[in-house]
Design a protein around this ligand. Sequence first.
Ligand code: PA5
Length: 467
Amino acid sequence: MLDLRKRSVREAMSVRVDINGAVAETIGSAGVAAAEVEALQPQLIAVADDLRAQRQAGQAAFYELPYERESLAATKALAETLREESETLVVLGIGGSALGTKTLIESVADGSRAVRVADNIDPWSFGALLDGLDLQRTTFNVISKSGETAETMSQFLIVRELLLRQLGGVDYVSKVILTTDAGKGALRQVVHDEGFRSLVIPAAVGGRFSVLTPVGLLPAAFAGIRLDDLLAGAAWMDERCQEPEIWKNPGHLLGTLLYLADTKHRQNIATLMPYSDRLHWFAAWFAQLWAESLGKAQHLDGTAANVGQTPLTAVGATDQHSLLQLFAEGPKDKITIMLRVEDHGRELPVASAYKDIEPLAYLGGTGLGKLLNMEQRGTEVALVKQGRPVITLSVPQINAFTIGQLFYLFEVATVFAGGLYRIDPFNQPGVEESKRLTYGQVGRAGFDAKSEEVRAYLANKKDHLIV
Ligand code: PA5
C-alpha cells in the first residue's frame, strides 16, 4: 500500500505532462511556440484569476470535491452495507453519470464485487444484462443529477417493475439506491414518496465533473477502490495546479497547449491515446468532458463563438493498426495526447524460440508491458518526425492515486481552456433540443409542438433522396 502522507511518495507517483513533442522548439511550425504562450500571458493570468474567484464563490464546485468529508463518510458507510448485501451493483445512468464510473471500474476495481454500468437503452444489451442477474444479490444504483433523463428514467421504471414482481412491494425498496440532486427532480420526489436510500449530487457540480461525488464514489467503494487514495490523487493534482507559473502548472499548461493547437495551428482534433486497455474508458470520459464543455455556440458575452476542439479516442497499440496511418499522413488537423503507463503492474514475458527466424527470435526475452511502452515511444517519435504534435502523459502506475490525478488534471485543463475560449464550460444547451424532440415523440405533456416538428420533418422527406 502507498504511504501517501509522504511527499516523496506523492512525487514518485505524479502524473507528468511532457510537451516536448508539441512545441515549436522540437517539431517546428506545427508546434506551439514559447512566444505564443508568452503573448497569451494577460489572458492566462485573467483566466486563472477568474477561475479562482469562481472557485471561492462556489461556482466551480468540482475544485473542492477532493476535500468533501461529510458526504464521503456517508458514501463509504453505504458502500460497506451494500457489499454485505450484494455481489453486484448495477448502475443506471448515462453521460456524466456513467463514464467516470466505467473508468474507475475498468482501471482500478479489485474484483471483489462486480459493478455493471448500463449507460444505453439498447433493448438487446440492457435486456441481456437484466436476464443475467441474480436479483437477490444485486443492488441497482440509479444516478441522475436532473432526475429526469429519459434513458435513465425508463431503465429505472423497467427495473422497478421487475423488482416489484419478483421481490414484492416491501423488499424491492432495499434494492434501489438513488443518487440525485438534494432537492430537485422526479427522483428526489420518489425518494421522499417511497423511502429509497439515497445520496446527493452537489447542486453546483454538473454531470461530467461529478466523478468524485457519490456518482462515482459509491460504485467505486463498492468495487473495493480506496476512495482516500483516489481523492488524495485529485488533491495532489489540485496542489500542482495552483502553481502560478504556466510552464509548471500541469492543468493550465495542458489546457493552454490544446487551446493554442486548435486556434493557432488548426489542430482542431485532439486524440487521447492511452497505451493501456485499462484506460480505454478514461479516453471516453475525456471525450465527453472536452466535447460537451468546450463545444459552444456563444461566448460568455453572447457573441457568436462556435468553438471547440473535437476529441477522438484511440488505444495503443491496437489503433496503430487502424488510425495511425491517418494520424501520420492525413490532414495536419490533429494533436495526440498519449498516456504512457510506466509500470503496468504485471508483466508477461515473451518466450524465446525460433533462434534462426529473426521476426520471431528478437521478441524472446522482452515482456509485453515493455513492448507496449516501446511501441508508444516508437509511435511518438514517428509522429513527431512527421511534424505531428504529441503530448505525452507519463503515468507511473495505474492505481487510485494516479487515476484521481488524471481526472482532476483534465477537469482543470478543460475549465482553463474554457476560459481561454471565453465560453461557459459548465452548460450544455446544445443537447437539450434533442431531448425535447424525444419527449414530444413519446408524448410527454407540454411537448406537443416538438412532436409536430418531427412529424413535419418526416413528411417533408423526398422519396427520390432515399435509395
Ligand atoms: O455532463 C452532463 O451534464 C451530462 O452528460 C449528463 O451527465 C447527462 O446528460 C445525464 O444527465 P443526468 O445526470 O441529469 O441524468
